[in-house]
Design a protein around this ligand. Structure first.
Ligand SMILES: NC(=O)c1ccc[n+]([C@@H]2O[C@H](COP(=O)([O-])OP(=O)(O)OC[C@H]3O[C@@H](n4cnc5c(N)ncnc54)[C@H](OP(=O)(O)O)[C@@H]3O)[C@@H](O)[C@H]2O)c1
Length: 329
């Protein structure tokens, strides 16, 4: 027993930590925010607005983009009121490459590109129009391609030698598929492929990619979504916590400053990121150590979650089949 304890708690870390310290890639980095140009899409509402407040309070030059100029102007004055900082606003739809390119060129070279825009509505695929699926993918996924393609040349040619960041707001539904999020999860899972491949392409330019995974967050977008969320989505998605937008923004900037590839916002999020780390880049040898030693136990936990979720789905179908309404129809 004492031997097992010694092997696990002393010998294993002694051997593993130096190896992990040597192999983790990309290497650790510190990305300053003060006096940098932070460009935030979807910066007029919810998490994006909280990110813009945070960036302004941290001394960045802030630009925000969204479709509605009225909401952008409201955001601008609320940030000015809170911080005294004047943010630049750009009205454009992320689906429109020419409009996006014009906004990015006008804004000037970007140091931190924060792709936060997004739409989400939970609905079973059977009840969803294909046009809604396409629009979700166009905004959430193609919108990020448009933004990155437009901003990257100037980011690469930036005058200062400081590290830059491309941070993309995904979702916990971008780490695990959830009932009702067929289109949304597909769009957010797509962002992971984009981010993993992009990191390899831009590392030579000292640009560091992050993926942010908020849980349910108190925003106007979530209020709208909750009005028509399927019951099973509510049951399954309730396994993770609920956060305020400014808490998510704080976590996001903590992660961006460290160039973290995965940025989790709460304890459930950390467990989810550990469980889904796969072949993702990892800068911290300590986090890599935690990933290695928790891999087995987290797989068991993941299987327990699936057992619980499929149990809920089975129970829900049984209740539905037994209800008088379905019997009479
Ligand atoms: N709230 C949550 O529970 C939650 C959880 C996990 C992840 N997220 C993610 O966090 C991000 C922000 O969500 P939120 O809850 O803060 O949403 P929100 O309150 O609805 O805000 C969405 C923002 O995106 C902008 N936007 C939407 N479509 C756009 C388009 N086609 N072009 C340009 N801008 C567009 C909106 O402005 P306009 O409508 O004026 O364009 C708005 O500024 C999204 O990517 C979402 O998937 C949210």
């Amino acid at each position: 027993m004492a031997d097992a304890f010694f092997s696990f708690f002393v010998l294993l870390p002694l051997i593993l930590l130096p190896i992990l310290y040597f192999i983790v890639r990309p290497r650790p980095v510190k990305i300053p925010i003060v006096n940098r140009h932070v460009f935030i899409t979807g910066g007029s509402s919810g998490i994006g607005l909280a990110l813009a407040h945070r960036a302004a309070a941290d001394g960045a030059r802030v630009s925000i983009m969204a479709r509605s100029l009225t909401k952008l102007e409201e955001a601008k004055s609320s940030i000015n009121h809170a911080t005294g900082i004047e943010v630049a606003v750009f009205a454009a739809d992320v689906r429109d490459y020419d409009a996006v390119k014009k906004a990015v060129d006008e804004a000037g070279p970007i140091d931190v590109l924060l792709l936060n825009h997004g739409v989400f509505s939970a609905l079973e695929l059977e009840k969803m129009e294909l046009s809604e699926v396409k629009s979700t993918l166009d905004i959430n996924l193609m919108g990020c391609f448009n933004m990155i393609k437009a901003a990257l040349p100037a980011m690469k040619n930036r005058k200062n030698v400081l590290p830059a960041s491309i941070a993309i707001v995904s979702s916990q539904a971008g780490q695990v598929g959830i009932y009702g999020y067929v289109a949304y999860s597909a769009s957010k899972f797509g962002l992971r492929g984009l981010a993993e491949a992009l990191q390899q392409e831009v590392i030579g330019d000292n640009i560091h990619v992050s993926l942010i995974f908020p849980p349910d967050t108190d925003t106007p977008g979530l209020v709208e979504e909750n009005k028509k969320k399927p019951e099973l989505t509510k049951i399954i998605a309730s396994s993770s916590g609920f956060m305020k937008a400014d808490e998510v923004a704080q976590k996001a900037f903590d992660g961006i400053r460290h160039g973290s590839f995965f940025i989790s916002c709460n304890m459930e999020g950390i467990a989810l990121s550990l469980a889904t780390s796969g072949l993702s880049p990892q800068r911290s040898f300590l986090m890599a150590f935690v990933e290695v030693i928790t891999a087995g136990i987290l797989r068991i936990a993941a299987l327990c979650f699936q057992w619980n979720w499929y149990g809920s789905i089975e129970k829900w179908h049984k209740q539905r089949n037994c209800s008088p309404e379905t019997e009479s129809s």
